[in-house]
Write a protein that binds this ligand. Structure first.
Ligand SMILES: C[S@@+](CC[C@H](N)C(=O)[O-])C[C@H]1O[C@@H](n2cnc3c(N)ncnc32)[C@H](O)[C@@H]1O
Length: 281
């Protein structure tokens, strides 16, 4: 079955992206605080770090981390999103260089960054193991030895097995009134699903309906951890949302220093996440 282009989807969604949050501006600060604390816990120090957010979108995490003084580069498949991220950073008075780039072919020199980040389930747009491998290989190449990989992903739980059909509607108060966002999921046979991203926007006493389509894969957290281990990272750990104060599980991993990584493949370990209520996005 054909998949829908992530690039087209996010190019089209860019102008409304903040509406999937109850309050995007507050989330920028909250997510920046949570990620900065997590990074400091792993790398220590108080100096600003070179951080690449390789799926920065409109800048939710990149701007939050820039507000902690880090030197930020944000890249994204969607040029429209990367462009808006730069504008939003400027509006908030912080610096963030942004550009369009596919995380599977990052246009940066080896060992350019202390931290490489990809947040809010961007990896779900990698539809095959080879896509994930290419993305993680690029992250490994551009992160410095001694640096940190940070990924956040949706915990699908039993959604894949149960072939869940929809998400819970998010209601956002916008200047024009309430906006409602939800997704309808249409499953293929291999954990891949197409989704209709539906937004209802107030229009007098009726609604304007916007529907955009994309395709994702419901990766199990342990499948992602295994691929990250396989591609040259160690200390691969999922942090539950309550631990990192982030709204999604966050994986941290440290580069295994070359030349050890091609031959050293640590054995599979289960990482059970505690049951808890997630902090809000
Ligand atoms: C759910 S959004 C999250 C964006 C941002 N991290 C945030 O939380 O606001 C997923 C992002 O991944 C980006 N993306 C998808 N596939 C990508 C790829 N191959 N390379 C780089 N970015 C990609 C999309 O364009 C989109 O901006």
């Amino acid at each position: 079955m054909a998949s829908h282009s992530a690039q087209d989807f996010y190019d089209q969604l860019t102008e409304d992206y903040h509406l999937i949050y109850a309050d995007w501006s507050k989330s920028v600060s909250r997510q920046g605080n949570a990620l900065d604390a997590l990074i400091r816990r792993h790398l220590g120090g108080a100096e600003p770090l070179d951080v690449l957010d390789c799926s920065c979108g409109i800048g939710t995490q990149a701007i939050g981390l820039a507000e902690h003084g880090h030197r930020i580069v944000g890249s994204d498949l969607s040029q429209a999103a990367a462009f808006r991220a730069a504008a939003e950073a400027q509006r908030r008075g912080v610096a963030a260089a942004t550009l369009a780039a596919d995380m599977r072919a990052l246009p940066f020199a080896d060992a350019s960054f202390d931290v490489v980040l990809s947040a809010d389930n961007a990896l779900a747009h990698m539809l095959t193991e080879d896509d994930v491998r290419r993305a993680v290989d690029n992250m490994r190449r551009v992160v410095r030895d001694g640096g940190l990989l940070v990924l956040s992903a949706k915990d699908y739980g039993d959604a894949r097995q149960a072939r869940r059909q929809s998400t819970v509607p998010q209601v956002t108060d916008s200047d024009a009134g309430q906006v409602v966002t939800f997704q309808l999921w249409h499953w293929h046979d291999d954990g891949v699903y197409d989704f209709d991203h539906v937004q209802l926007l107030p229009d007098g006493d009726t609604w304007q309906v916007r529907v955009r389509r994309a395709t994702s894969r419901a990766w199990a957290l342990e499948e992602l951890a295994e691929l990250v281990r396989e591609r040259g990272f160690g200390n691969v750990t999922w942090h539950g949302a309550e631990e990192g104060r982030f709204f999604q599980p966050v994986l941290t991993a440290r580069p295994v220093v070359r030349p050890a990584h091609p031959t050293h493949i640590p054995s599979r370990q289960g990482h059970k996440l505690p049951n808890h209520r997630s902090p809000s996005r």
